[in-house]
Write a protein that binds this ligand. Structure first.
Ligand code: OTU
Length: 632
């Protein structure tokens, strides 16, 4: 019997039993039912909070889809589910190392990528994020972030079967596969989009379409412009004169999650991907998925409820799948997405931005403050720490935090923008402005690590800065993520300016093709590429043999020197408590840490990077951009 609050759990349970297929073993079905018992109350309560009780028939369909997807899930993935359940914090290991690349730019296609697995193994990767590789519009697809079908790989890259094979082969080599789940929007060529525009009653409420400017104007009063170079505001006009919500490019149409069918449809696409062997989905643009008139339409409470509902669906049908949050927003908002019941992993955009800030200013106060007050996240979650991504660098630090240190956020961002696009005296950086908005003063920075750190400008300290930046992401706690090619110092590629589909988007400057010549000299320490590669490899190797660097626990260490960052990583070494103290000098000159500052530490420590015992009683002098990883 249906209760006043929609379908009862018993009714759904009865429907579920009839969804069992004859080939499904008792053990497999019981494991699904056990997870249903554990997760359904949460899923139903989330559904009610988002959609109200009248959406229970849609919820039933979601659960039935999950049951079908579980029964379709390949046996090797079910085995993986079971083993990950025994070691749920597998991603917290100090042996974790991530890499990210575009399939086409880095290896031509999926077959080419497969041939790079020996290199990935040699580098020590345990996590590989392949940039969006799904069917997308040919001309301009925002680097694949406009998806036309989640069930088809872009034919120029390969097939879905090849992706599933690749996932298996990567897993056999100890590498987890990460792909994007671009669920805030689809391309304008997606089947749902075509039908919505054609006014198909099943699909017209999949997007936000309005006959005139009334509602668009009302929303735009409070919504921020994200890609103003592409179009002003958040709406674009259709050929027939109507207006459709497009937060990013004009061909990326925002899905309408107020419609529970959209949730069901996207949950289905997510589970389909999970069953190809994907280990982690990168939840793109999480902040934008819920809209509410009169608000900024970013990071609204319902955005979290939706993510939690997707999370609950995963627990039912693909229990080992993890979410990585891509929220490049104010740090107060970034942390709200991080929870075992929401996104277990999250980019750490604050640390990323503040590493660049410290390189520019040669001072560490903002970064030290961020590590002290914003690094700690819940058990069962981890940061993904990175030096740069395929996107721009935005200065997402908190103005209030900065003010406490006597830094004016607005003015400081202007300085950083000027510095990183080489409009500041003696800047070593060669970045390119992105979405420079003179009206709001907003601007972000594009470029490769090497070009931003001074290699393109011929600055003698560039190699040391590249290593320093990476040393931070390798040692603060979480999964370090390399932008592949940066480990050999790839430079900006200005070729995008000749391609009309890319010229308007400076992020392409930081997405060069596979730097074959640099990789060829990577073992030759006399070359830039070799100096970066061999020294970075050393840092990676030391991280992997330093169990104190596992997990995310970090205790501040005040160096009493404005240029030297310090922190402690307490952990276990052979079952005994042990701590690694990290020191990193961001200055271009030698810096001293006084004996008094070090007086709380033992008389000698083992410096892990050199392998040498180091006396601490007389203080320590770090060379320019020098590093110490001290086991005390
Ligand atoms: C993401 O980034 C992707 O990383 C981009 O490559 C895409 O273009 C975009 O989504 C659309 O799919 O604005 O400049 O606050 O900063 O989601 C990058 C979050 C972006 C946004 C982020 C977005």
């Amino acid at each position: 019997m249906d209760s006043a609050h929609g379908l009862t759990e018993n009714r759904i349970r009865a429907e579920l039993r009839s969804a069992r297929r004859t080939g499904t073993s008792d053990a497999e079905w019981e494991s699904f039912e056990a997870r249903f018992d554990a997760e359904f109350p949460r899923l139903q309560s989330l559904f009610h909070r988002i959609y109200g009780p009248h959406a229970d028939s849609e919820l039933l369909q979601v659960v039935l889809d999950a049951a079908a997807s579980w029964q379709d899930r390949p046996a090797d993935l079910k085995t993986l589910d079971a083993s990950r359940a025994m070691a749920p914090d597998w991603f917290s290991s100090n042996k974790m190392l991530g890499g990210v690349c575009y399939v086409d730019l880095y290896a031509g296609n999926l077959a080419g990528l497969r041939e790079r697995i020996p290199y990935f193994r040699d580098l020590g990767l345990t996590y590989l994020h392949l940039m969006p590789l799904f069917l997308a519009p040919e001309e301009n697809s925002d680097g694949g972030y406009a998806v036309s079908s989640y069930r088809d790989v872009d034919p120029s890259l390969g097939t879905m079967d090849e992706l599933a094979d690749l996932a298996r082969e990567l897993r056999g080599n100890g590498i987890a596969l990460v792909v994007d789940f671009i669920f805030n929007h689809t391309s304008n060529e997606h089947e749902w989009a075509r039908r919505a525009v054609a006014d198909d009653p099943e699909y017209r409420d999949f997007y936000w379409i309005y006959p005139d400017r009334d509602m668009p104007d009302a929303y735009e009063r409070t919504v921020r412009e994200i890609f103003p170079d592409d179009h002003p505001g958040s709406f674009v006009q259709l050929e027939d004169g109507r207006w459709i919500w497009a937060t990013f490019h004009s061909f990326q149409w925002d899905l309408n999650y107020r419609n529970p069918r959209v949730f069901r449809a996207m949950a289905g696409e997510m589970l389909y991907l999970a069953n190809q062997g994907v280990d982690v989905v990168r939840m793109d643009a999480v902040a934008f998925i819920w809209k509410q008139l009169g608000t900024t339409c970013e990071s609204l409470p319902e955005a979290h409820l939706l993510l939690q509902a997707f999370n609950a669906v995963c627990r039912l049908a693909a229990p080992s799948l993890l979410f990585k949050s891509e929220a490049i927003v104010h740090p107060d908002e970034v942390v709200q997405y991080i929870d075992p019941g929401e996104c277990q992993l999250s980019y750490n955009p604050l640390q990323m931005a503040l590493i660049w800030n410290s390189l520019a200013t040669r001072e560490v106060s903002l970064l030290a403050q961020a590590l002290e007050r914003r690094h700690d996240i819940p058990d069962g979650t981890a940061w993904v720490n990175y030096v740069r991504s395929h996107d721009d660098i935005g200065w997402t630090f908190s103005d209030e935090d900065a003010a406490e240190l006597g830094i004016n956020g607005h003015d400081h961002r202007r300085f950083l923008n000027a510095f990183f696009v080489n409009r500041f005296p003696d800047s070593f950086a060669r970045g390119v402005p992105f979405q420079d908005n003179p009206r709001t003063g907003d601007c972000r920075i594009s470029g490769t690590t090497a070009s931003l750190a001074g290699l393109e400008a011929g600055d003698g300290a560039a190699v040391a800065r590249i290593l320093l930046a990476h040393s931070i992401v390798l040692s603060t706690g979480g999964i370090p993520l390399l932008y592949l090619g940066d480990e050999v110092g790839q430079l900006n590629d200005y070729g995008y300016l000749d391609d009309p589909a890319k010229a308007g988007d400076s992020r392409w400057v930081g997405r060069p093709t596979y730097p074959a010549d640099r990789y060829a000299t990577r073992q030759d320490a006399a070359t830039d590429a070799g100096a970066i590669f061999t020294r970075l490899r050393h840092l990676i190797d030391i991280r992997k043999t330093t169990p104190e660097l596992a997990g995310g626990r970090l205790v501040p260490f005040d160096t009493n020197n404005a240029h030297v960052l310090g922190y402690q990583r307490p952990g276990l070494l052979d079952g005994e408590e042990s701590t690694v103290v990290v020191l990193a000098n961001f200055a271009d000159s030698p810096q001293h840490i006084s004996a008094e500052t070090l007086s709380g530490l033992p008389e000698t420590a083992l410096e892990l990077l050199s392998g040498e015992p180091t006396r601490l009683r007389t203080g320590l002098t770090l060379e320019p951009h020098g590093l110490r990883w001290l086991r005390v």
